[in-house]
Ligand binder design. Structure first.
Ligand code: PAF
Length: 289
């Protein structure tokens, strides 16, 4: 595997490759990332990975400085997965001058859920992803479903800019106890790590309650109101256990907006999205209904 830090060198290395499959990451790789590399291999050849901790997507009080940087160990893992090139640019290479041209996703998708609690996050993500696509010029790029809203926003960006890149989704990989793998899990204390799978357990219980409510819909009470009550119940239960939930939201899979009573009667597909802090660590997860 070649480790390339320079854009021109990357282009030289990939010249003539028109079936490249790409997995952008911020490093500190775990099984979740490695599963994306395997999906990438099924969709193209060669597989290119990138590691870049993107300052533009971190808020002023977020963990940009603490974000774990483990390039050597990451490179070893990628080599074992048969990755052809690891693109690991420095900030000076990717942002040699202030990045004044940025990609701003539409407010109705970019400013809700994660976008509400992390203002500017998706603008930073879209900007770096577009720039990485421009450097690597892949035919396929793979993103994890754990970052559900990110995946949807990048898909729509690729569609609206007619980028010649197919966006492929990878399922969330979980620890045996159900906790979604994330680089940020490393911030959890031992006690918090024991509690952490409860986020996914809560979502499963909520899904069960949603399905139950839909099956026993009463003409006396609009379904959207019942679903709001279920969201609140889950939020309160997590708060009781010491979590600080940002949102627990039942949304339509197509646009991540809250379903109306008519949407629910028409059986529109749903997804439950959650973000909550445990101590100082913010975890996100989701579950399709
Ligand atoms: O999901 C991530 O790790 C990042 O948001 C991404 C897509 C690599 C952009 O920095």
């Amino acid at each position: 595997m070649k480790i390339v830090t320079d854009i021109q060198e990357l282009r030289d290395q990939l010249r003539g490759q028109n079936r490249a499959s790409f997995v952008p990451t911020m490093g500190n790789l775990h099984e979740g990332h490695l599963s994306l590399m395997r999906i990438a291999r099924q969709h193209g050849d060669p597989v290119i990975a990138s590691i870049f901790v993107n300052r533009l997507q971190f808020g002023p009080h977020e963990d940009f400085d603490q974000y774990p940087r483990t390039l050597e160990a990451d490179a070893e893992k990628l080599e074992k997965e048969g990755v052809y090139v690891l693109f690991a640019p420095s900030e000076k290479v990717l942002y040699p001058e202030p990045q004044e041209y940025r990609v701003d996703p539409p407010k109705q998708l970019g400013d809700i859920l994660e976008g509400e609690f992390r203002p500017g996050f998706f603008k930073g993500v879209c900007t770096v992803v577009l720039k990485l696509f421009s450097c690597v010029q892949p035919r396929v790029a793979v993103f994890g479903k754990k970052d559900y809203q990110q995946l949807m926003i990048i898909r729509q960006m690729a569609h609206q800019f007619a980028l010649p890149v197919e966006i492929v989704a990878g399922e969330t990989i979980r620890a045996d106890d159900g906790l979604a793998l994330s680089s940020r899990n490393a911030y959890l204390s031992e006690a918090e790590r024991t509690e952490a799978p409860h986020l996914q357990t809560s979502l499963q219980e909520l899904r069960h309650a949603v399905l139950d409510t839909m099956h026993h819909a009463s003409p006396m009470k609009p379904l959207d109101q019942s679903l709001h009550e279920l969201e609140k119940k889950t939020t309160d239960a997590l708060t009781q256990r010491g979590w600080q939930p940002d949102y627990i939201a039942i949304r339509k899979r197509t646009d991540l907006l809250a379903p109306s009573n008519e949407d629910l009667l028409a059986k529109k597909e749903l997804v439950i999205l959650a973000a909550a802090k445990l101590g100082k660590t913010r975890l996100i997860d989701n579950l399709e209904v």
